[in-house]
Unconditional design. Structure first.
Length: 277
């Protein structure tokens, strides 16, 4: 530990408020002797977990805003979430500064650790409606975390809360959607697409809903870009090797690249404006 990390903090200041000494003491390489690039790898992922924590905080606020019918506040949350995701895309791109040989120099020390085990990332996905039972099994030895995912699976997703908000504000959402079993996979609704299409094409005094739709797509697009960037980063650093947690690596990530949080907001693009517009 460096000397400045040992300092006793006796009064509130920048370091004590932010717990800087504790934060700087969390990076522990496992390679022996420590590989130069392992510190870089650890910090990138620790920083990602901090951003996930903030995104979950903002997402909880977003759900509350939908429940309270506050479109303007929801827009603010979505703007911040999108900015964070933009930063996350840039951050994961930093891993491309690792050559395959450099990553191989410490990669074996990670096994069997894997991004599969990021509870915060899984909570993000589950909260936004991507609820794959497959991932729960990675927390069999951590029952409290498993319980968190199982409880979210039975709650409305962000999209469900948004649609309930839309319905409360006078836009007809099919009853089978509002009362659906939220633990099951989402099924694209043509009727919902037409409702959204009507708002886009004839918003009148409801243009704030159009702005909300677009902000939701901004976030969804950035998240999709993060998935794509992550996938390409893996291909660049390890090729087609298996992941450290036992997945098929690149192929596994490629199979999830098409996930979207707000499917009807994407589908309506095909319907708006006519075939040749």
């Amino acid at each position: 530990m460096k000397e400045y990390e040992k300092l006793e903090l006796k009064e509130l200041n920048y370091n004590s408020y932010l717990k800087v000494p504790e934060l700087l003491d969390l990076q522990k390489e496992l390679s022996t002797p420590p590989h130069h690039d392992e510190m870089f790898f650890i910090i990138i992922h620790q920083a990602a977990e901090l951003w996930f924590k903030l995104m979950l905080h903002e997402t909880n606020g977003l759900i509350h805003d939908f429940q309270k019918n506050s479109v303007s506040r929801a827009l603010k949350k979505l703007k911040r979430l999108t900015r964070v995701m933009d930063l996350m895309v840039k951050q994961i791109n930093l891993l491309n500064t690792l050559t395959p040989v450099e990553f191989a120099g410490f990669r074996d020390h990670l096994r069997p650790a894997s991004g599969f085990q990021s509870i915060q990332f899984r909570v993000m996905e589950f909260t936004f409606g991507i609820r794959e039972e497959f991932f729960i099994r990675f927390f069999e030895k951590e029952p409290e975390k498993k319980k968190i995912l199982e409880s979210i699976k039975d709650k409305k997703s962000v999209y469900d809360e948004f649609l309930a908000c839309l319905n409360r504000n006078g836009f007809s959402i099919p009853k089978e959607i509002l009362e659906r079993d939220v633990s099951t996979s989402w099924k694209l609704s043509d009727e919902l697409v037409q409702t959204i299409k009507t708002i886009y094409e004839n918003p009148k005094e409801n243009y704030h809903w159009v702005l909300l739709f677009e902000s939701m797509l901004d976030f969804d697009e950035k998240f999709a870009l993060w998935r794509s960037t992550h996938m390409l980063m893996v291909a660049r650093t390890i090729g087609m090797k298996m992941g450290t947690g036992g997945s098929s690596g690149y192929n596994f990530l490629a199979g999830r690249a098409e996930h979207r949080f707000f499917p009807e907001l994407w589908a309506v693009r095909t319907e708006v404006g006519g075939e040749y517009s």
